[in-house]
Design a binder for this molecule. Structure first.
Ligand code: FPP
Length: 250
């Protein structure tokens, strides 16, 4: 089991691959709008892109992939759109079981279970249970997920356990404390926002912003993001790897 460490890990050597990638899958609506189609069609195509990225991440031996599938704020959308996305998630979980088995993919959840429809929870729990022992890529569906909400729920659990508040302790009460923090967070559709995604865990994540809309994403785009990550120098607040001169300049 991988322990999350609340302290900055040692500085990253360029050339390494990200172990944990988070994705803010943005631009489904715009993709549909550009084609004069309904937003739901954009989500359908978005699901196809998600399948491509899961396959590529699995082929690249990425350990964890967190997909921002439905946020705590997404409930404010039209009831038809919310229902459509929930239906899509349910169908995805069921229809992909053979694929998970073949590729040893484990499904997990991040977010608040409360508020999710019972039929979605049923499929989610079944997929999580069936794939629990699979040792390949772990796909974490961030569903009814909000970074602030996760921190508040973690804090409540910490208080209920009678533990004192510290960065290290609170880390242990987040939704998936055994999963290491994301190394790389990808956001599509050219937006420069965190949108409440992995606020705690993403404190030191590298960001990769792509102009492409999510439904257009392919395995090659993921490969490009991974390659770009490999060229980053991660310092986690330190000055490692940089020439530092503490002498006063003339
Ligand atoms: C953001 O695009 C996308 C969502 C809120 C939904 C994401 C859902 C999927 C990709 C389908 C289900 C996926 C899985 C893995 C089961 P947007 O609608 O905000 O786009 P816009 O900003 O262009 O309107």
């Amino acid at each position: 089991m991988t322990e999350r460490t609340a302290l900055p890990p040692t500085a990253h050597t360029p050339g390494l691959s990200p172990k944990h990638i988070g994705v803010i899958m943005d631009g489904n609506g715009r993709w549909a709008q550009q084609r004069g189609q309904l937003r739901t069609q954009g989500h359908l195509e978005g699901l196809k892109a998600a399948k491509r990225i899961v396959k590529t991440a699995s082929d690249f031996a990425v350990s964890f992939l967190t997909l921002y599938t439905f946020s705590t704020e997404n409930w404010k959308r039209a009831v038809e759109e919310v229902g459509f996305i929930m239906g899509l998630v349910k169908q995805y979980l069921h229809a992909e079981l053979d694929f998970y088995r073949e590729n040893h993919i484990r499904i997990r959840h991040a977010g608040d279970r409360e508020g999710l429809p019972a039929d979605v929870l049923l499929e989610l729990d079944e997929a999580c249970e069936i794939t629990r022992k699979f040792d390949g890529l772990q796909v974490i569906l961030a569903l009814n997920y909000g970074g602030r909400d996760e921190i508040v729920r973690a804090f409540k659990r910490l208080a209920a356990a009678g533990e004192s508040a510290s960065v290290e302790n609170l880390s242990l009460f987040m939704d998936n404390p055994d999963i290491p923090d994301p190394d790389l967070i990808i956001r599509t559709a050219g937006e420069f926002r965190t949108s409440n995604f992995l606020l705690w865990e993403g404190a030191y994540s590298e960001y990769f912003i792509s102009d492409k809309l999510w439904p257009e994403w392919t395995g090659d785009d993921l490969a490009e993001a991974i390659e770009a990550y490999g060229k980053r120098e991660r310092r986690f607040g330190t000055v490692t790897g940089r020439k530092v001169n503490y002498e006063k300049a003339d």
